[in-house]
Design a protein around this ligand. Structure first.
Ligand code: ZN
Ligand code: ZN
Length: 367
């Protein structure tokens, strides 16, 4: 935990009152003279979901346990495939008596571990990426203020764009929030929807791959000529049965999730929007796809699948939008234009979001 002293220059934030028990993390330092700026200090955790925390991570026991279980299950799958299923099957004996994996044994071992690794990396990215939290200095897009009132979230005390919903676990308003997923220990929103989709896609591939190998192995054992290489160790058999159960359960689960998410991406209507009946006007036929996977260089709006890029399948490629459309997609603009996350520059002006008194003007409403 790190405490920073920072000049309070944003007009949204009034000078803070003396610290009380409810605003222990925020204090104001009295001005020594009339020319000095009021200074506020905020708590910056290494991991958290608050605006000034260095890295996005929900410190939620249930979510963290689910994440560890996910890694364990993928690790278990790799162990059974690489050390139980394949070595007893795809092997040959050298002249000196040493047993070696065949080419296909090595191929399937590496292939399966790569798919599992992509699933784990996608999970890590989905868990540790800001899902689209509204920053404390967010302001309505000027054109919008002409037609509607500025909405304020009563719980995080910040501007709430049209497509934002408040998550009580993340304690932030999230743009285009689909749901809070305990499996990835994070909200699924505009910032990490792609990583979430990749996680369920690679998990499905991993389950399908292991089922393919188990079925192939079963067929191999049924063959009288090759059944001599079948398992005779009960512990190995139990491991393979456990892998089969795991693959069937999670394979079906991820298949259902993919079908469900397919609808969300193509219609550009999230689960929460659907529950609340909030249907927003689509800007283009391909809006959902573009907002999930990003808009590449040269735009490409209006075409849906013609713009498919291989980097959609990479959890290492960040989703980004051209500057010209970013504010429209996010639903807010940032008058100060500074970032509060993953930046170490001490000169950055930052403002506090909690405990600061806000004045509600006639053009604002609390939701
Ligand atoms: Zn909120
Ligand atoms: Zn959440």
């Amino acid at each position: 935990m790190q405490r920073r002293n920072i000049p309070q220059s944003n007009p949204l934030i009034r000078p803070t009152p003396p610290p009380s028990s409810s605003t222990a993390s925020l204090s104001s330092i009295p001005q020594s003279n009339n020319n000095a700026l009021p200074v506020a200090s905020v708590v910056r955790n290494n991991c958290g979901t608050q605006p000034f925390d260095k890295n996005w991570l929900n410190v939620d026991c249930c979510g963290l346990v689910c994440a560890v279980m996910t890694y364990f299950l993928h690790g278990f799958g790799c162990y059974v495939v690489c050390f139980v299923l394949i070595p007893s099957w795809m092997k040959y004996e050298r002249e000196d008596g040493v047993q070696k994996l065949t080419f296909w044994g090595i191929f399937h071992s590496i292939g399966f571990c790569l798919v599992a690794a992509m699933a784990i990396i996608s999970h890590l990215k989905a868990m540790c990426t800001d899902p689209g939290a509204v920053p404390p200095d967010a302001e309505p897009i000027p054109n919008d203020l002409d037609t509607k009132k500025k909405r304020l979230c009563r719980r995080c005390n910040s501007f709430k764009p049209d497509r934002a919903h408040h998550c009580s676990i993340c304690k932030r308003c999230i743009i285009k929030m689909d749901h809070h997923c305990p499996w990835v220990n994070n909200c699924v929103g505009i910032g990490n929807h792609k990583y979430f989709l990749l996680f369920i896609l690679y998990t499905f591939f991993s389950c399908a791959y292991s089922m393919f190998l188990v079925v192939l192995r079963f067929g191999h054992c049924m063959n009288i000529r090759t059944s001599a290489h079948c398992l005779d160790n009960p512990a190995s058999l139990l491991s393979i049965i456990a892998l089969t159960v795991e693959s069937v359960l999670f394979g079906l689960f991820t298949l259902c999730m993919m079908a469900d998410q397919w609808d969300v991406v193509l219609t550009n209507v999230t689960h929460i929007d659907r529950l609340k009946g909030d249907i927003f006007e689509e800007s283009a036929d391909s809006a959902g796809v573009n907002e999930v996977f990003g808009i590449g260089v040269g735009g490409g709006k209006g075409k849906r699948w013609a713009n498919f890029r291989t980097d959609w399948l990479s959890p290492f490629t960040k989703v980004c939008f051209p500057v010209s459309v970013e504010d429209d997609i996010m639903g807010f603009c940032r008058p100060c234009g500074f970032s509060t996350r993953n930046e170490e520059e001490e000169d950055d002006p930052v403002v506090s979001s909690d405990g600061s008194p806000r004045t509600i003007t006639g053009n604002e409403e609390i939701v």
